[in-house]
Design a protein around this ligand. Structure first.
Ligand SMILES: Nc1ncnc2c1ncn2[C@@H]1O[C@H](COP(=O)(O)OP(=O)(O)OP(=O)(O)O)[C@@H](O)[C@H]1O
Length: 272
């Protein structure tokens, strides 16, 4: 079901199918008045093919969110390059071809579920296609909640709206940073299965940052395991399992072996 490979060489794929590419990326942050700097990422390489789902696992503080923020154009590398769909991240953002959902669902509190999902169309200055917004709400299981305000919804429902919103403009690349991190284990598992189903139908190129090893193995085509800070790529796991992947996949010995192997890698990763 799954296969391990050393970090080097696994991303040896044709450039024409490549969607996201980080090459020898390092990031230094400046801290405090003395302007001390510290290195968060060191020579990080990653490539994601079009239509691929890649999950990033790593110890706390190893730079996972920084990687995602670079792909989203919110941070720039100190050295190395970040290319998305063949150009700098800014090009994709200007064209509204990037979808983002983060841990805190960041919904507009005064707006209805429907208006929150419609927001990307308004920000892009496009007419809101009511039927598409309705279908997005249906896709994430929120039919009938279109008029509800975020405070009237559970945490899981808010995250579903956030994910529906990130998919609204049918982005070329979807970035998910711990989208289910604040949820209880049962809700998280259910939403994992739902996201897997939605994703299997759309196959949007996706990068997911997560602390949850089963979530990564269930959802991803490949799992990147990072070293401790400064973060680099320690290992890549290919999860070679057909989609859609249902709950039965999570009960297979292969699933548990892969989860155990990646968990022990994370347990052993130390700050360099
Ligand atoms: N804007 C910033 N200025 C200074 N340091 C930063 C900044 N952003 C991130 N860092 C630091 O860079 C390191 C990596 O942060 P990042 O949030 O990317 O890690 P992470 O792997 O996502 O962590 P976690 O798993 O705990 O969420 C951390 O030590 C963090 O404190």
């Amino acid at each position: 079901m799954s296969s391990s490979a050393p970090a080097a060489g696994i991303f040896d794929r044709t450039a024409s199918t490549r969607s996201v590419e980080l090459t020898a990326v390092s990031k230094e942050f400046t801290l405090g008045r003395k302007r001390d700097s510290f290195r968060a990422l060191d020579g990080f390489d990653m490539a994601v093919d079009q239509g691929e789902f890649v999950a990033i696992l790593g110890p706390s503080g190893c730079g996972k969110s920084t990687v995602l923020r670079m792909i989203a154009g919110l941070e720039t590398p100190t050295s190395g390059t970040v290319r998305v769909e063949g150009g700098p991240p800014s090009a994709l953002i200007e064209q509204h071809r990037l979808g983002v959902a983060f841990q805190d669902s960041a919904l507009l509190p005064w707006a209805s579920a429907w208006e929150n999902v419609a927001l990307p169309f308004r920000l892009a200055g496009r007419p809101v296609p009511a039927e598409r917004v309705r279908r997005l709400l249906e896709t994430v299981g929120l039919t009938g909640f279109d008029k509800a305000r975020p405070r009237q919804l559970s945490g899981g429902m808010k995250q579903r709206i956030s994910i529906a919103r990130s998919m609204a403009l049918d982005p070329d690349v979807l970035l998910l940073d711990e989208p289910f991190g604040a949820l209880d284990a049962v809700t998280r598992r259910r939403l994992n299965l739902e996201l897997g189903g939605v994703w299997a139908a759309q196959r949007t190129t996706t990068v997911l940052v997560t602390h949850d090893v089963p979530e990564a193995v269930l959802l991803a085509d490949r799992v990147v395991v990072m070293t401790g800070r400064p973060g680099s790529c320690a290992h890549i796991e290919t999860v070679d399992k057909a989609r859609p992947r249902g709950e039965e996949f999570t009960r297979t010995p292969e699933f548990h072996r892969t989860v155990d192997r990646l968990t022990s890698m994370l347990d052993n990763s130390e700050t360099r």
